[in-house]
Design a protein around this ligand. Structure first.
Ligand SMILES: C[S@@+](CC[C@H](N)C(=O)[O-])C[C@H]1O[C@@H](n2cnc3c(N)ncnc32)[C@H](O)[C@@H]1O
Length: 331
């Protein structure tokens, strides 16, 4: 599995942790971090936090041992694994002895979850009214997803309808087929450079076939976001009654980096329909996505060059049309 790496420099890491935690009132109440792996954002020494992940720590260590560069010994002790035996528990069931929570943190997790609508509902279940969900999210434009097409609300509806508990074949294939090495700084400069494909087509095909034929969880980026697309899509889900969150703030992708931050508010449970509709209309401010200059088109794929003969025909057509306009007295 390919994992987008947040900055590793200790000062940058501290700054990043502060960006994610600042909107939360850590001292008041209890929190939950989803998927901390070896780099928790909320530290047990600093606040009352529990860790939840798909598997128990030994299972995560075993899985990530095959991923070079992952410091498996640093993977934290998971308090609540979702998978126990061959059963996957809901967040509410797994954390029943400790919830509800006043805040939830998830760094580089939302893009991995198979059923995004179900995941948000799970989090809404364990959060108190007005509780906050603080997210760190890779920006698809500056990460290894740069070549993939954006994902849609329709795909979220499909995953929810199917009750996906594993990434879909669509996600697994696209992830492996389109992943490219991208230098975020160069991409911001409009010089994406040589985007090298990370996996051969055979690997993408193999992964897709395994997804279709085995009961194996193929971790990958299922959902792709920019700051603007995240807010737009969450608002659509809220309008459809499929997400009980508003977006309190977005800290857009900083120049030369590949991730952005968002804080969501859990709507009160007993809102009447009119108040909910008002909140959904007003509780989302669409951020502007910074635009990187478009790179020059690759001349190998420019197919719209016209021949001299076609140009001559166009010129004749233009001359005749002008003459007709003159005869009819139109400018
Ligand atoms: C890409 S890693 C991110 C690790 C770390 N938070 C960071 O920012 O570097 C994703 C983590 O989320 C966990 N994860 C993925 N889907 C999850 C889910 N539905 N519930 C809980 N954890 C999940 C994975 O097992 C993994 O530990």
């Amino acid at each position: 599995m390919t994992v987008e790496r947040p900055p590793q420099d200790p000062a940058a890491l501290l700054h990043r942790r502060q960006r994610i935690l600042a909107p939360l009132d850590l001292e008041l109440g209890r929190g939950l971090e989803i998927g901390p792996l070896y780099q928790p954002v909320a530290l047990k020494a600093e606040c009352d936090v529990r860790y939840v992940d798909v598997h128990r720590t030994p299972g995560l260590r075993e899985y990530y041992a095959a991923h070079p560069g992952t410091p498996v010994d640093d993977i934290v002790e998971v308090d609540f694994p979702l998978v126990v035996g061959d059963r996957t528990r809901s967040l509410a069931e797994a954390t029943a002895t400790a919830g509800p929570f006043d805040w939830v943190v998830a760094s580089h997790v939302i893009e991995h979850v198979p059923d995004l609508i179900g995941w948000l509902a799970d989090i809404a279940d364990v959060l108190v009214d007005g509780g906050r969900l603080s997210l760190a999210i890779p920006d698809r434009r500056y990460s290894f997803d740069a070549r993939r097409p954006p994902t849609t609300v329709g795909q979220m509806l499909l995953a929810h309808q199917h009750g996906d508990t594993r990434p879909s074949v669509r996600a697994v294939f696209d992830h492996h087929h389109e992943a490219v090495t991208v230098d975020a700084q160069a991409a911001w400069d409009g010089r994406p450079g040589r985007e090298t494909t990370m996996f051969p087509l055979e690997t993408a095909h193999h992964m897709a076939v395994r997804t279709m034929t085995e009961d194996t969880y193929m971790d990958c980026h299922v959902w792709l976001f920019t700051p603007r697309s995240l807010v737009r899509q969450l608002q659509v889900l809220a309008r459809l009654g499929l997400a009980d969150f508003t977006v309190a703030s977005v800290d857009p992708t900083a120049v030369d980096t590949l991730e952005f931050f968002a804080v969501l508010h859990r709507m009160p449970r007993d809102l009447d329909p009119a108040d909910r509709a008002r909140l959904v209309d007003e509780g989302f401010v669409l951020p502007t996505d910074h635009v990187r200059p478009e790179p020059e088109p690759d001349p190998r794929f420019v197919t719209s060059q016209i021949t001299r003969r076609e140009q001559a025909l166009l010129d004749t057509k233009r001359r005749v049309s002008n003459r007709l306009k003159g005869l009819l007295g139109r400018g």
